[in-house]
Design a protein around this ligand. Structure first.
Ligand code: SF4
Length: 489
């Protein structure tokens, strides 16, 4: 899963979520107000919604106003150095706020908290509390420790925690689409990635709790859910526990085990009027069964985010990505054959250690083969504690990394325009999500292929599925005119 895609959104949208758990605490409501700021990947944003629910149960209300907060929680990302620097800058800013009100508690959670652990308290004096991605249920006790002026750190990784028993409070939602996490952790050990160290081993969530959460979202009028995990394709439910322990499962557990394609069809069948998306896939774990299930159900969106990271077999090996370029092309070919209209996006790293000009050319050649709809592209950033940091010298000059990254971005822009131009004159089904950034007279929404479409508002409203005729486009956006409410989704 790539990060940085989503900067801090949550506090713009949330009105104060009152705590009505018990009357005595509500008297202190004004004192217990939490302000949550999230960085990084969708998983972090989904986790912040779980934390909001835990805090409300503990007598807090969630506020979007920093100056009202008695608790500031930052959900941190560690995927690149830049992400960590962003968090440190924010903590500097919070320091100025704490100088004015020393009663404020500042806590850090997420991957950087897990990576640094207790060291975070030493490096950032303003921080009172450090909690890792698997220990959020312990936040109320940690807050008590802060109040008692004791050290408040819990970075234990879990073998079975999935927060399946927590109903998330939707923080950064438009009331139309929501994230539903289905797995936690990752076993893949890509050499550049910190996630296996900060989020632990893979475990899957009970399908019943996933269905309950979507049922609740449907009841609240949501029209789209994204099934979320670092690596959704390796979803495996056999009654709970780590994926790696499946080999110890009983024969009954094996027979009744649910894999990702099973879960996908169960969700699609149960909620025919809701759009289903999923993220993130890993080419080495994705099965043709998933692609066939996507073709079977109209409500499973015709879109796959399929990170590849490099077009060179030699570099893929050094990244410990367990597939070849030939296998990746075969997967792309199967997608194109079974789902001809499928939108495909990628993650790409430029300048991985030892990358030669030829390796870089192989990456550009791969992009020419796939012609992705869009992608998330970054220069390699060495992460402390990863296999690459331990074993491979980061020997590509920053200038070269930048130059290669720009070439990749330029090529992607060309391909994105090639893809959006395919829609000119066509009618697409769009789910309206919000007002367009371009104009307050325009709605913005997405196609099943995850392409953004903007069009004049007329009498339509957010949550409507609308047929839109595409008139023009940029490399990132389709511009059109609404025709009617769609009978598709
Ligand atoms: S699949 Fe690789 S890149 Fe993705 S979270 Fe797992 S280790 Fe990181």
């Amino acid at each position: 899963m790539g990060a940085d895609k989503f900067k801090s959104l949550d506090n713009n949208l949330v009105s104060e979520i009152p705590n009505n758990h018990n009357s005595k605490k509500s008297i202190n409501k004004t004192l217990k107000r939490a302000y949550i700021e999230s960085y990084g990947c969708q998983m972090n944003f989904a986790d912040s919604e779980v934390v909001a629910s835990i805090l409300i149960k503990d007598g807090y209300s969630i506020t979007k106003k920093l100056d009202e907060a008695s608790l500031i929680l930052v959900n941190t990302c560690s995927i690149r150095e830049k992400a960590e620097n962003t968090v440190r800058k924010r903590l500097e800013y919070f320091e100025s706020i704490k100088e004015k009100n020393s009663k404020i508690t500042v806590g850090v959670m997420g991957c950087m908290a897990e990576r640094l652990k207790k060291k975070f308290l030493e490096e950032e004096k303003i921080v009172d509390l450090v909690v890792g991605p698997d220990a959020y249920k312990d936040i109320p006790r940690l807050l008590q420790e802060v109040e008692n002026e004791n050290e408040a750190v819990n970075v234990l990784l879990s073998k079975d925690e999935t927060y399946g028993d927590i109903s998330p409070i939707r923080l950064n939602s438009n009331g139309i689409s929501a994230f539903v996490s289905i797995t936690r952790g990752c076993d893949n050990m890509c050499t550049f990635c910190v996630v296996p160290f900060t989020r632990g081993r893979e475990r899957s969530r009970d399908p019943k709790s996933i269905l309950n959460e979507i049922e609740d979202l449907k009841y609240k009028g949501y029209k789209e859910v994204t099934l979320l995990g670092q690596n959704v394709d390796s979803y495996l439910w056999y009654g709970g526990g780590l994926k790696k322990d499946f080999k110890k499962a009983t024969s009954i557990q094996r027979k009744t085990a649910l894999r990702f394609h099973n879960l996908l069809s169960i969700v699609a069948e149960a909620f025919p009027k809701i759009r289903i998306r999923f993220s993130t896939s890993n080419p080495q774990d994705m099965s043709i069964k998933v692609i066939k299930i996507m073709a079977k159900y109209e409500n499973i969106c015709n879109y796959i985010h399929l990170p590849v990271q490099s077009g060179s077999n030699r570099i893929l090996k050094k990244m410990n990505r367990k597939h070849t370029i030939k296998e990746y092309f075969q997967l792309i070919d199967s997608i194109r054959e079974i789902l001809p209209e499928c939108g495909i996006s990628h993650d790409m790293i430029a300048g991985f250690p030892t990358e030669t000009i030829q390796d870089h050319q192989d990456t550009l050649k791969l992009m020419d083969y796939v012609k992705y709809d869009f992608g998330f592209m970054f220069a390699y950033s060495e992460r402390p504690g990863t296999m690459a940091a331990k074993k491979i010298n980061d020997n590509i000059d920053e200038k070269i990394k930048k130059k290669r990254l720009n070439e990749i971005i330029k090529k992607q822009q060309k391909h994105s325009l090639y893809r959006t131009k395919q829609y000119l004159g066509k009618i697409v089904c769009v789910l309206i999500e919000k007002v367009s950034k371009r104009s307050e007279y325009f709605w913005s929404g997405r196609t099943q292929q995850n392409t953004v479409v903007v069009f004049p508002k007329e009498n339509y409203k957010p949550g409507d599925f609308v047929d839109v005729k595409i008139k023009s486009c940029t490399s990132a956006t389709l511009i059109g005119k609404a025709i009617k409410i769609s009978n598709r989704i």
